[in-house]
Design a protein around this ligand. Structure first.
Ligand code: OGA
Ligand code: NI
Length: 328
């Protein structure tokens, strides 16, 4: 199955730890209040997507116990003996569950990860690890909740783009959800500090839980790496390649990476949300006109996996660029 991301060589960019990135914080509860309040939050979300491509969400309705349960399930999985985890190891990107400890990019060498589909849960859960025994239930609860949040956010963004919140509703409802569960060691001397190489995510929206600092994003304005400081009980959201395609470039994908934390080992859980495997995403007709001609060819998650499989060793692979139309 299921690599969610494309690598982008950006190591040469400077790190700017001194100036924290602008970080919009969206109160999700306000989306369900009166129409005027909702309209303001929709505007805030759309602005964050347009200007930055990321934001954090609070009051998202996912309980602390569901988040704690998923983190515990993830950390217990990574504590298992290698042989048990290796049962899920495979070079076949189409496997429903895949475990690995390094990447073909030769950069992300210290990360261990487990990737699996999560929607529809009834279809995929049977392939998930049975060990630790809490894994299926705890990760399943988190996956359901985080997908609910992703769909709410997607509706708000579609509304903000002027497409209406029910735009292609069925395709989003039936869309895939891919969980990328990552474990990074504490930074130690001799390690490369990069846990996960620069990339952007496949899909429309990624919602990321991170147990401590380690995520960095490219800040478009200063063209430098910025450390994301997670707020308590918040989730980080960033837009992916297919959002850029759907919005015909009005909203841009975000290049990000993970660095090792010098104080502690780190768990992160990313939920990547897209259309179903064979469903093509194309630029919304409503956003194409003479001033804004169509910029990207249509593609599906299946096309993405084909692209990755045939460019596995290519460090400069860039799925989104491969979709860009000539002259656009
Ligand atoms: C990912 C990702 C970032 C992190 O899994 O695609 O970007 O902080 N993770 O682990
Ligand atoms: Ni990512």
């Amino acid at each position: 199955m299921s690599d969610d991301s494309r690598t982008v060589p950006q190591e040469q960019l400077p790190s700017d730890d001194l100036h924290p990135p602008p970080m919009p914080v969206i109160n999700m509860g306000h989306l369900n209040l009166d129409p005027a309040t909702r309209a303001r939050v929709v505007e805030d979300i759309t602005k964050a997507c347009r200007d930055l491509g990321y934001f954090q969400i609070i009051n998202h309705g996912i309980s602390q116990s569901v988040m704690d349960g998923a983190v515990e399930a993830a950390s217990d999985f990574f504590k298992l003996p290698s042989e048990t985890k290796e049962e899920f190891a495979s070079d076949d990107l189409r496997r429903p569950v895949r475990y690995d400890t390094s990447s073909k990019d030769g950069i992300s060498m210290s990360r261990a990860y487990l990737k699996h589909y999560a929607h529809p849960l009834g279809e995929w859960m049977q392939y998930w690890p049975e060990n630790p025994p809490i894994y299926r239930e705890c990760m399943g609860n988190f996956a359901i909740e985080v997908r609910r949040v992703a769909l709410q956010l997607m509706e708000a963004i579609l509304e903000g783009l002027g497409l209406g919140k029910d735009y292609q509703h069925e395709k989003f409802e039936q869309g895939l959800q891919l969980m990328s569960v990552n474990c990074y060691p504490k930074e130690s001397e001799g390690d490369t500090a990069i846990g996960l190489a620069p990339h952007s995510d496949y899909g429309f929206l990624t919602i990321l839980f991170t147990s401590c600092r380690g995520l960095e994003v490219v800040d478009r304005n200063s063209n430098s790496w910025k450390v994301v400081q997670p707020l308590p009980h918040a989730l980080h959201v960033h837009v992916g390649d297919h959002m850029e395609v759907l919005s015909n470039g009005k909203i841009k994908t975000v290049v990000h990476r993970a660095v090792l934390n010098p104080e502690e080992a780190r768990i992160s859980m990313a939920s990547i949300n897209g259309f179903a495997m064979h469903e093509k995403v194309s630029c919304a007709r409503e956003l194409v006109n003479e001033q804004n001609p169509e910029k990207y060819n249509a593609s599906s998650f299946n096309d993405f996996l084909d692209y990755l499989t045939s460019n596995l060793e290519n460090k400069h692979r860039n799925f989104l660029e491969s979709l860009r139309m000539q002259g656009a």
